[in-house]
Design a protein around this ligand. Structure first.
Ligand code: RB5
Length: 147
């Protein structure tokens, strides 16, 4: 899969390690994040990846900031985006299976690299289950459409 990855200054090192990990898993990683440790705004990178996912320029997105919160909040403002902040693999897997998340977010200041890799693997291995979950995801998207 082609995966867009974005980050702010808090997550340059983790972004690089996750990009290498994605390549090891056989995926293409597209870097939309900053490569500088200079302070910057997570919203810029959350939006870039979200727009690439929404436009189908990439299949899925991964966002990393200090906590994963700010960058996911920004991404979720783009139509069609369901970004889930996850700090362990079970939530990541269920966010795909039940919520059809199309962006995974986590915090470089919250979890270590090995946990981050487990989260990424669990998320990428999971598939949306549809059925009753489709009905619920459709309800979320109807809220967005009505805004
Ligand atoms: C940057 O210091 C920090 O606020 C940011 O990476 C993130 O944690 C925000 O949600």
């Amino acid at each position: 899969m082609k995966i867009g990855i974005g980050n702010d200054h808090a997550a340059v090192g983790m972004k690089n390690e996750i990009m290498d990990f994605l390549k090891e898993l056989g995926h293409e990683a597209v870097n939309f994040g900053t490569d500088s440790n200079a302070s910057c705004s997570y919203a810029v990178y959350g939006e870039k990846v979200a727009r690439a996912v929404a436009a189908k320029d990439v299949d899925l997105g991964i966002l990393i900031c200090g906590t994963g919160v700010g960058i996911s909040l920004a991404a979720n403002k783009v139509k069609g985006i369901r970004a889930a902040v996850c700090s362990e693999p079970c939530t990541a897997r269920l966010s795909r299976q039940h919520n059809n998340s199309n962006i995974l977010a986590f915090g470089a200041r919250i979890i270590g690299i090995e946990t981050a890799k487990e989260i990424v693997k669990a998320w990428l291995d999971a598939q949306f289950e549809g059925g009753r979950h489709q009905t619920r995801v459709d309800m979320i998207m109807e809220i967005e459409a009505g805004e």
